[in-house]
Design a protein around this ligand. Sequence first.
Ligand code: NAD
Ligand code: DAU
Length: 352
Amino acid sequence: MAFQKTILITGGAGFIGSHLVRLLVKKYPKYHIVNLDKLTYAGNLENLKDIEDSLNYTFVKGDVTDEKHVDQLFTAFRFDGVVHLAAESHVDRSIANPMSFIETNIVGTVVLLNAARHHWKETAGKRFYHISTDEVYGSLGETGYFTEETPYDPRSPYSASKASSDHLVRAYYHTYGLPAVVSNCSNNYGPYQFPEKLLPLVINNIRHNKPLPVYGDGLYTRDWLWVEDHAAAIDLIYHQGQAGRTYNIGGNNEWKNIDLVQQLCDIMDQLLGRPAGTSRNLITFVKDRPGHDRRYAIDASRIKRELGWEPAIQADEGLRRTAQWYLENTEWLERVTSGAYQKYYEEQYGGE
Ligand code: NAD
Ligand code: DAU
C-alpha cells in the first residue's frame, strides 16, 4: 500500500505513546505509523493489542540509543516525521539511577536528531516533534503559572535530562534548520499508566488493602491532564504547530496530592462497594522525595489561542474512568507489577 506519510513514534508501547499510536493509527489510515520501543519495564505491547494487526501499523523492538539501528530504520522507512516520546520517565527512579536517564533521554534524543538531520536533505514536509514535560521549568510557589517563556530550572535528574534534550532539539532547529517543535506537558493520567506513578499506585494499593504512601506533607501540587487530551494536543501540534515553536499543554486542573488521593479513595470505595472512608484509612505519610518540586501549573493559553486546543475531559469524569479501567484490567495490573517491579516496590516502600 502507498502511504501518504510515514511517521516514527518512539516509546509507543508506553503510557502516553500507546494512546498516541492508537489515535494516529485509527484516525489516519493513510499514514504508516512505525512504533520503535525498547520494551523496558514501562513498555508493554498489550497496551496496543486492539490495533496491533492494523495494516498501517508496524512495531519495531529497538533502542533509541542504537545509532546503527536508528539509521537503518530511517533508510528502510524514509520517515516524514518523528514524534519522540521514548524516555525513562519516573522521577524516583532518576534519583536512584540517573545514568539510564542520561543515556535514553539525552543520548537517545541526539541519536534521533542526527538521523533526521542526515536523512532529511530536503526538509519540506518533515517534522521532528519532541515530547517533553513541565518539570523542566522547576518549582512554583503558591501562585503563578509556567509559560513558554519561563526560564528552565530543572531540579531532578529526570527533569535535567529532559531539559537537556529540549535544548538539544532547539539547538538543531537553530543550527541545522531541522524542522523541530517541542511541547511541555503537565501530569498525565488515565488507562495504561505504569503503577509506579501516583494514581495507578494508589488504585492498585487500595485493591490490595495496602498503605497509600503520600510523600512529605502531601501538599505538593500537580496539574493533571487526561492522557487522551494530551494525545489530541500532540496530533494537533504535529500537523499545525510552527517549527521552532514551543507549546505548553496542561489540564487547568490543579490538585494537592493529599486532596487527589482522598478523592480517589472515595471513588474507589463507591466502585468497590465499600463503606465510605475505608480507603482513606490506608493513607500513610512517608518520607519525602528528595528535591521534591512543590507546585507545577501550566499556562496553556498559547495552544488554545493558536491551535484551538482545550482539554475535553474534566477531573471528576477522568478520575472515575481511570479507577474503573484499572478495576476492569486487573490482569494487566498483576502482570506489570509482578517480577522486577515487585523488587523495586519493596526497595522504595519497604515491602509493605
Ligand atoms: P512511559 O515510561 O510510560 O513510557 C516510556 C516508553 O519508552 C516505554 O514504552 C519504554 O519501553 C520506552 N523506552 C524507554 N527507553 C527506551 C529506549 N532507550 N529506546 C526505545 N524505547 C525506550 O512514559 P510516559 O509517561 O508515557 O511518557 C512518555 C513521554 O512523555 C516521555 O518523554 C515523558 O518525559 C513525557 N511526558 C510524560 C508525562 C507524564 O505525565 N507521564 C508528562 C509530560 C511529558
Ligand atoms: O509533570 C509531568 C511529569 O509528571 C512527567 O514528566 C513525569 O514523567 C511523570 O512521572 C510525572 O512526574 P511526577 O513526579 O509529578 O509524578 P508521580 O506520579 O511520580 O508523582 C505525582 C506526585 O505525587 C508528586 O508530587 C510525588 C507524589 N507521590 C508520588 C508517588 C509515586 C507520592 O506522594 N507518593 C507516591 O508514592
